[in-house]
Design a protein around this ligand. Structure first.
Ligand SMILES: Cc1ncc(COP(=O)(O)O)c(C=O)c1O
Length: 496
């Protein structure tokens, strides 16, 4: 089958693992229309190996907080600020050019060593650290800048717009929008995609109120502050997705004003997915016609993964959504932060202006734009293709399930949302452990985001290390109780 014949629906992976449990406790039905040929080849082998080890897919989180919130050793509201030391700029004066070059090389060498070590022990942030761009060596010598609109060349010729548009076309197909109906660009990161998506919403519905759950990434509320928009923070369910009843009530209360809704496709901490179809139903039921709402889908991480999962709700412009954004350095992986935002051409007109100095159009958040990023993305997407991406997604979900089971076996409380590779567990008590594995923590939980570079060997090392850390912590805590008791009753003796 040629690539052009493959639709994202056909490519979606069918997780041949224990069936997920839906939010209401029933089994999630399998979706129709996915060719059996799209099934993963190694599913049977995997089943055999892991049948015993993997417990049924637990869609719902464990009940209540993972760790008692009055736990004395964890204060979720307290952020430890580890201040960054400076690496002073070397002064050339007084040293020969040779000496200076040697000093610089030594600094860079040491830095590289640190990067190698830090890359080996990274599990907390959703970055795919596994890539090889050595074929692109040499491009660093060029100041590649895609300033202005990707579709209209500026007079600056050192650009990579053709790569950028190739990548945008790839995403347009993934998210099901016709080539002549979309507009988009390669952003600096997922945050810029959110800032852009919400700006497009605001420019089209100037009086709109922004709705987003309180587990939404902070960039969304930052957008509301930047654009001085009224916003409503919605409650969330235990899974981390928005509380739909709260959403309905707030929409009804503000029915005189349009709605700009941020829908999460993978929240930052719990990897929760807001149910887009349910959001659309609620908008309709509360009387919001399509010209009175705008939906931005924040797909920073899962926007790239969900289209490849057969059972996942579809991220698709066939539904009345306004924009989708994703981070490029997350699931795809890149040596620089980057991302993609796609919207409808008809919407972006509201914020486009011709700029004579550029000889292009201004419709982006940034002016100068990283021209290397599109090449990294183009390179990876071309090498892997839709099928390679699907395999990466499948492996991540499988490894996330394995990690969840390993932690359960080790007595660690854990949750894993449906269709997510973000494994949430009790926040480790030892700060040194958190720093070693670069875990992202919030309140009483931490998470590991299983990315394509996270293989079984890393998970084994991590879990072994976690068990050692927990044992050390609990042993020390227990012995402290004993030594406090001895001190309090110093007149007692063991011999008595
Ligand atoms: C849900 C969500 N949205 C947006 C972002 C921001 O992405 P970036 O770090 O690429 O700016 C993140 C980052 O983790 C995220 O988790």
């Amino acid at each position: 089958m040629s690539r052009s014949q493959l639709s994202p629906a056909l490519l979606a992976t069918e997780l041949a693992l224990p069936l997920p449990v839906s939010r209401d406790g029933g089994e999630v039905s399998t979706s129709e229309g996915c060719s059996p040929t799209a099934r993963v080849a190694d599913v049977r082998a995997f089943r055999k190996i892991f049948k015993a080890a993997v417990t049924p897919y637990q869609a719902l989180p464990v009940q209540g907080p993972l760790v008692a919130s009055d736990s004395p050793s964890i204060n979720g509201d307290q952020i430890t600020h580890h201040l960054t030391p400076a690496l002073p700029v070397l002064e050339p004066e007084g040293s020969s050019k040779k000496d200076l070059d040697e000093r610089i090389l030594k600094v860079i060498y040491d830095y590289k060593e640190r990067l190698v070590e830090r890359t080996k022990h990274h599990l907390g942030y959703p970055y795919n650290l596994d890539f090889d761009f050595s074929a692109l060596e040499g491009l660093q010598r060029f100041s590649i800048n895609n300033l202005g609109d990707p579709f209209i060349e500026s007079n600056y010729g050192v650009h990579s717009r053709e790569f950028e548009i190739g990548v945008l076309q790839w995403f347009a197909r993934l998210w099901e929008i016709d080539q002549d109906e979309y507009w988009g660009y390669i952003t600096n990161c997922g945050t810029e995609g959110n800032l852009h998506g919400i700006l497009v919403g605001r420019e089209n519905l100037p009086d709109g109120i922004l709705y987003a759950s309180h587990e939404t990434h902070y960039s969304v509320f930052k957008a509301a502050r930047m654009y001085r928009m009224d916003s409503v923070k919605l409650d969330t369910l235990a899974t981390g997705e928005m509380d739909y009843d709260h959403f309905r009530a707030k929409l009804a209360a503000n029915s005189a004003r349009p709605a700009i809704v941020n829908v999460n496709c993978g929240t930052t901490v719990k990897g929760a997915v807001d149910d887009l179809d349910r959001v659309l139903d609620i908008l309709r039921e509360t009387g919001y016609s399509e010209d009175r709402f705008y939906i931005h889908v924040d797909g920073a991480l899962f926007g790239m993964m969900m289209p490849f999962i057969k059972k996942a709700p579809r991220v698709s412009f066939r539904k009345p959504i306004g924009s989708v954004s994703v981070s490029g350095h997350k699931f795809i992986g890149a040596p620089v932060p980057c991302g993609v935002v796609i919207t409808r051409q008809k919407y972006v007109a509201a914020l486009s202006n011709d700029v004579e100095y550029l000889n292009s159009r201004d419709a982006t958040i940034m002016g100068s734009r990283n021209g290397h990023a599109p090449i990294y993305m183009w390179f990876t997407l071309t090498r892997k293709g839709y099928e390679g991406m699907r395999k990466d997604v499948e492996r991540c979900l499988r490894n996330a399930l394995v990690l969840k089971s390993m932690l359960e076996q080790a007595g660690v409380k854990v949750m894993l949302n449906e269709l997510s590779s973000t494994v949430v567990f009790e926040r480790p008590r030892e700060e040194a452990f958190v720093r070693k594995w670069q875990l992202a923590c919030e309140g009483d939980v931490a998470h590991v985001v299983v990315m394509p570079n996270v293989h079984m060997a890393i998970l084994e090392e991590f879990v072994a290390d976690l068990i050692t850390s927990r044992t050390r912590h609990f042993f020390t805590a227990a012995m402290k109780v004993a030594s406090d008791a001895r001190a309090a009753h110093s007149d007692d003796s063991d011999e008595e």
